[in-house]
Design a protein around this ligand. Sequence first.
Ligand code: ATP
Ligand code: MG
Length: 408
Amino acid sequence: MRLSKTFIKTIRTAPKDETARGAIFLSRAGFIHKELAGVYDYLPLGLRVLENIKRIIREELNTIGCEELLLSSLQNPELWKKTDRWDIEKMDIWFRTELANGGELGLAPTHEEPITELMKSYLKSYKDLPVAVYQIQTKFRNELRAKSGIMRGREFIMKDLYSFSADETTHEKFYHEVEKAYLNIFRRIGLGDDTYETFASGGVFAKYSHEFQTFVDIGEDTVYYNADKSVVLNEEVLNDEVLAEFGVKREELQSAKAAEVGNIFTLKDKYSKPLGLEFTDREGKRKNIFMGCYGIGISRAMGVIAEKCCDEKGLVWPEEIAPFKWYLVGIGEAGMKKAEELYHGREDLVLFDDRDERPGTKFADAELMGIPYRIVVSEKTLNNGKLEITERKSGETKLIDIKEAFQP
Ligand code: ATP
Ligand code: MG
């Protein structure tokens, strides 16, 4: 990508209506654009980050045998009435609208109801189970507070996965596979060091559900943890019974602010029962399918990464999700000529700052955008067959041979 050709421009001053530093950098660097409170557009660089996060999620979920599909965003109220979730009193975050010829419609906040209904056409016998399907999609929620930029949106991007098993044992096995896959995902997107699997309330269908909470100052949640962080509890399960079960004392626990980047739930027959999703078991008996659901807030995760991975100069993207790995700058006529040559054939890997700007301006933008490596081509080093490479994270600069540039 050539910076001279793109429409995006970096902005020197912070936008007035953002307070989170991650959100400020994302908009200053031209990754996102705010439409409304809690509603954002993803610009070319921001979209590349999102796509990288999605790619990692797909790789990890496909590895454990999940299949991707894409469900509709327009929702049939009849399904949600069956589970008692259409009522605004019960689900206060609905965005609902009316059809031109009368009747109501909902904009999907989540998809348990439609996926359960859909599976009635396909899952009939124990031979059809287990199955796990996921989608990556925009969700709509009329959140009372939309804050911290893309960390809580009214329109946001979620990965939601649903599992269908014949019995609890099969369900548990898959649930553990998802736990492992999630830890891989959070490590690969750069949140590994600060993301903990947290015990949360399981509702009526399981003892616990699990949240994946990333420690971050502007997080909306509070979690409690012991010295080695082997026990992390969310606020709703912090009671005497649970403390005893985990063998920890209240006064030994510390608290931290955290953001929920994902969660996993055992649903059992919460949806399969009211919607009538059944199968015939080996003995010919009809039973409700045992379900689980597993979410990841993709756009929230991107917001959390921006918030955590930055310094006073701007963003510092983890390598696997950076929009580009290299930011290329040519200095002087010979430097520009060589930079053009190096850029050729690497258009999708390199962000080439070919603008008619001073090197200082280019370096500042490279830092603001958080591209992991800056490569500077100048006459001075070229004469010795060398280039200058600077790591964004450490700020360290090295001279390398020209042919070593852009090595993975
Ligand atoms: P929260 O408690 O933060 O409102 P939730 O319990 O409503 O989350 P789910 O409905 O299970 O979350 O959604 C799955 C995931 O989607 C969450 O773990 C979170 O990462 C993300 N998510 C939920 N609501 C939002 C939102 N308004 N904006 C961005 N991401 C969200
Ligand atoms: Mg919520």
